[in-house]
Ligand binder design. Structure first.
Ligand code: NAP
Length: 245
């Protein structure tokens, strides 16, 4: 398939999990892809090897404003322009509010929410110049309905939704779209570490009776990045097996 043929796509957090699925799907669909990682250099380089062609990995901390600016300059130098930005990098530091430290709050907000500001700010000038672009921000169903033990994470993901809608309104007249995806429980390293009983419990509550896959999320990204969604902006697309219904 060639849904995003020749589009220049930057994906944060591509070295593992959902991000790796997004990188692979975009390469398979004809895009030229740059992706970031924070510390997983080995898996990032392996992914570049697997994808071949025009794929590049960058070590860059998405929560750093300065590093995001430098990353965008390097991406533009390497690929010429940016058509699609996917803000996927994210972390959790789950604990009940009574036990949550200031550091656990700050870290999750910085990596999950401030990173979206950093990268969006950096990509806007080149996208405005082209009068085109699609920005996709990875939120979560937890940002829509909250979750005990995840106040920091839920706040960051809800913040992403408000940010997404605001940017869609701010730059829509310049041909730039901005949407969010709210995945439910997606099978990644994170969910693989959970107790079997906990996973069974999750599945019992999902109307489609299975965990999501990285491909379920990357297919939604492909739709929002491609010309199949040119009239879709400011939306939150849940990919959650009807959990958020
Ligand atoms: P994951 O397997 O833990 O992978 C996270 C990715 O983000 C890694 O590539 C990691 O790089 C990168 N990363 C972390 N901190 C970073 C930083 N400061 N700068 C740059 N990159 C950074 O996570 P995932 O489960 O695939 O989740 C991906 C996104 O989907 C996250 O935003 C998450 O909140 C969201 N989400 C996930 C689920 C789920 O069920 N899995 C559900 C809803 C939403 P390193 O490998 O170098 O650490």
């Amino acid at each position: 398939m060639t849904l995003v043929k020749d589009k220049k796509v930057l994906i944060t957090g591509g070295s593992r999990g959902i991000g790796t699925s997004i990188v692979k799907s975009f390469v398979e669909n004809g895009a030229d892809v740059g992706f970031t990682y924070r510390s997983s250099a080995e898996s990032a380089l392996k992914l570049v090897d697997e994808c071949g062609g025009n794929t590049k990995a960058y070590q860059s901390d998405a929560s750093s404003f300065e590093e995001a600016g430098k990353l965008m300059d390097q991406f533009i130098a390497d690929f010429g322009q940016i058509d699609v930005l996917i803000n996927n990098a994210g972390i959790t530091a789950d604990t009940l509010m009574l036990r949550m430290t200031e550091d656990q709050w700050d870290k999750v907000i910085e990596v999950n929410l401030k990173s979206v500001f950093n990268l969006t700010k950096a990509c806007l000038r080149p996208m405005l110049k082209n009068r085109a672009g699609s920005i996709i921000n990875m939120s979560s169903v937890v940002g829509v309905f909250g979750n005990a033990g995840q106040a920091n994470y839920a706040a960051s993901k809800a913040g992403i939704i408000g940010f997404t809608k605001s940017i869609a309104k701010e730059v829509g007249s310049r041909g730039i779209r901005c949407n969010a995806i709210a995945p439910g429980f997606i099978q990644t390293d994170m969910t693989d570490q959970l107790d079997e009983k906990v996973v069974e419990n999750y599945i019992a509550n999902i109307p489609l009776k299975r965990l999501g896959t990285g491909k379920d999320v990357s297919d939604a990204c492909l739709y929002l990045a491609s010309d199949m969604s040119t009239y879709v902006s400011g939306q939150v697309l849940s990919v959650c097996g009807a959990l958020n219904t």
